[in-house]
Every structure is written in structure tokens, then in C-alpha cells.
Design a protein around this ligand. Sequence first.
Ligand SMILES: C[S@@+](CC[C@H](N)C(=O)[O-])C[C@H]1O[C@@H](n2cnc3c(N)ncnc32)[C@H](O)[C@@H]1O
Length: 215
Amino acid sequence: MDLLNPQVGEYVLAHCTPADDVLRELAVETAAAVPARAGMQVSHDQGTLLTLLVRLSGARRAVEVGVFTGYSSICIARGLPADGELLALDVSEEWTAVARRYWERAGVADRIALRLGPAAETLRALPEEPLFDFGFIDADKGGYPVYYEELLARLRPGGLLVLDNVLRGGRVLDPAARSPEDVVIKELNDRIAADPRVTSVMLPVRDGITLARRN
Ligand SMILES: C[S@@+](CC[C@H](N)C(=O)[O-])C[C@H]1O[C@@H](n2cnc3c(N)ncnc32)[C@H](O)[C@@H]1O
């Protein structure tokens, strides 16, 4: 299902604050180095939305599940104050090596701590305290329910969780969709909408973004 008319998508991209050279070059390098995976990167309008959400929410301590080559982490880090911290979780040494280079170039490397390893294990090892003001989930879809629970348990009241790809190309609407990832996301979407611990809204931005604010 085409969720967004491509011309509308182009228009939207052309009407948000433009990417600077660092983000532009990161997108070009990612597309050249891993063409089959470059689509995993957030689009620039999504990245700008992340910067704005971090800034508007006044977050200082953020966490990201799913770094890849670092586009979204730069956008999150840029929304943080100078003494802010982003805990960035991923399993790939190769892709995050690219991210590290671009964090340096973007001038945000000092606010980002990268932890390599399965994110569920890294999160479970953290104390169950209100450690974070902001969380972004954009990793393996099967892990989303665990990431949601583990992050919510460590989010301060008033903190914001953002989940990407919640529409799964429109497959969440298809009763015949049977892929494990689609089923997991479909069930999680239902659960979040009924979750009394959060106030949530799903935005049809690109592949769908859910905002869930902890009550
Ligand atoms: C969609 S990409 C993230 C894109 C990134 N947010 C960006 O804008 O460039 C998903 C990432 O999740 C990572 N990942 C997959 N399984 C993971 C796991 N179990 N724990 C942590 N990260 C994982 C992958 O290595 C990949 O870099």
C-alpha cells in the first residue's frame, strides 16, 4: 500500500528545515555503502520531527534503540541541551562505526554513549528507575514489545516514547497479514492505544510513528 503519494512526500521533504552537509553526506554514504539497507534510515522530515520533539519536550536524557549509521541519533542529540545524554543501542559494530564518524562531524559525539549488544539485554540490565525523558524505538520489529515495556519502566512521568514503522507499509490494516513482525506490531499498536499508563497518538508520517507520553 502506498501510504504517501510520492509527490506529496517530495513536497513535505522540500518544506522542512533542510539537512545540513553532515546529514546529507551521511545519507549519501549510507546509500552507497549499504544500498539494500539504506531505506532503514529515517527520512529527513522524520529526523527533523525527532529534533523538534526532543527540544519541545525539554528532554535531557534520551535513549535510542536502533542506531544503524546514525542519522536519527544525530537528530535526537541535536535536540538535547549541551549537557544532554543519548544512550544509543545497536548490535552492529560495522554500521555504528559509520555513525561514530558522523557523530564526531556533527559535534554531538560527546553526548552519545553507544552500547553494542542485543538491546533487550542492555535495557534489562539498567536499573528500573526514571532514567530517561525521551526514547526512540527503531530496531528489529519482533523486539518492539520488549523495548516498549523496558523503556516505559525507565521513563519519567511526562517522558515521551516514539516508535517508528507502526503502520508496516499499511499491512497492519490487512487481516490476512501473517508475517510475525506484522502481527507483533499490530498487537502492540492495539495494546498501546488501550494502555492506561500513556497518552498516545499515531501519526501517518512516512511508515507511521506513534507518540506515547507516560502519564
Ligand atoms: C531501522 S535500522 C535503524 C535506523 C536508524 N534509526 C536511522 O535512522 O538510521 C534498525 C537497526 O536496529 C539494529 N538492531 C537489530 N536488532 C537489534 C537488537 N536486537 N538490538 C539492538 N539493535 C538491533 C540494526 O543493527 C539496525 O542498525
